[in-house]
Design a protein around this ligand. Sequence first.
Ligand code: XMP
Length: 327
Amino acid sequence: MQNDVRPESMKRIDTKALADAFIEEQIKEIKNQVKDKKVLLALSGGVDSSVVAALLIKAIGKQLVCVHVNHGLMRKGESEQVVEVFKNQLDANLVYIDATDRFLDKLAGVAEPEKKRKIIGGEFIRVFEEEARKLEGISFLAQGTIYPDILESDGVKAHHNVGGLPDDIHFEGLVEPVKLLYKDEVRVVGKALGLPSSMVDRQPFPGPGLGVRCLGAITRDRLHALREADAILREEFDKNGLAGKVWQYFIAVPDFKSVGVKDSKRYEGWPAIIRAVNTNDAMSATIEEIPYDLLHRITDRITAEVDGINRVLYDLTPKPIGTIEWE
Ligand code: XMP
C-alpha cells in the first residue's frame, strides 16, 4: 500500500470473509514488494506486531526475521508465549533476546517516570539496532503501524511507540500491511490468521511495560512481586468473565512498605494497587466496579501467594483526575 489515507470506499473489516479477502490481497502485495528479499520485524507480542508477523509468515515464510526483545518488563508468560506461538507453532525465523539485565541495570536507581520511559525506549532501539546489524542481507523493515498511529502522528502520543526506525541502518523500504486498519479490524484479521485469542484480544499494554507500574526506582524483588500479583489479577479476571469486559486492568506496586503481621510476626511489605478501568479512547476513563467477593479473593490470593506484598488496595480514581497508569 503506497497511500497513507484510508479510501472512503474501503469496507470495515468485521467478518472472517472480509478478513480472508484482506489477507489474500496483502499476501499478493507483500510478495510483489519484497520479492525474494529479507524483512526484519520487531515483534513485541502486542496485537499489531503479532498480526503483521503472522501475515508476513504466510506471505514470505522464512524471509521474515522476527526479533523479540525481552526487556525484562513483560508480564508473566508473555515472552514465552511469543516464542511458543511464533517459533514452535508457526515455525518463524525468530531471534529471541533476553535483555533483562541490560535494561534493569540501566534503570537501577532511576525514579523519575519520564526518565525511566526514555531509558527503556532508547535502550530498546539500541538492542534492536545491534541485532539488525548482526543480520545479513535485510532489505525491508516491517512495522505494526495501524491507522490511528497515522492519524495521531502529531506528536501527542509519540511516547506510545517504543522502537521505531533505526536512523543509521538503511532499508530499501517499509512493509506496513495493517496501516490502514483500525484496532478492531486488526483483531479480526489476527483471528482469521489463526492467532490465539489471548494474543489478539489482549488489553493495551504500555511499551515500557511493567516499568511504569513498578513505581519509582525499579528493584528486581519488587518487580517480581508486581509480576506475580498481576498474574493473579489476570487469572481471576479470566476465571470470572471480566477479562473480555474490562478495557484495562493491572497492578501497580509503589516503592514504600507498610507494617503488617504474618504468623504472629511483624511483616513489612509493599501494597499492591489494583486498577481496572473502562474507556473508549484512553483520554478519559471510568472505574470498573469489581464485585466485593472477587476483590476479597484477589486480596487473599495476592497476600498469601506473593512474597513481599502485605496489603491490597483498590484505586477508585477516574481519569481525569488520575491517569490510567500511575506514572
Ligand atoms: P495514561 O496513563 O496516559 O494512559 O492515562 C493512556 C493509555 O496509554 C497507555 N500508556 C502507554 N503506552 N507507552 C505506551 O505504549 C507509554 O509510555 C504509555 N503510557 C501510558 C496506558 O497503558 C493506557 O492504555
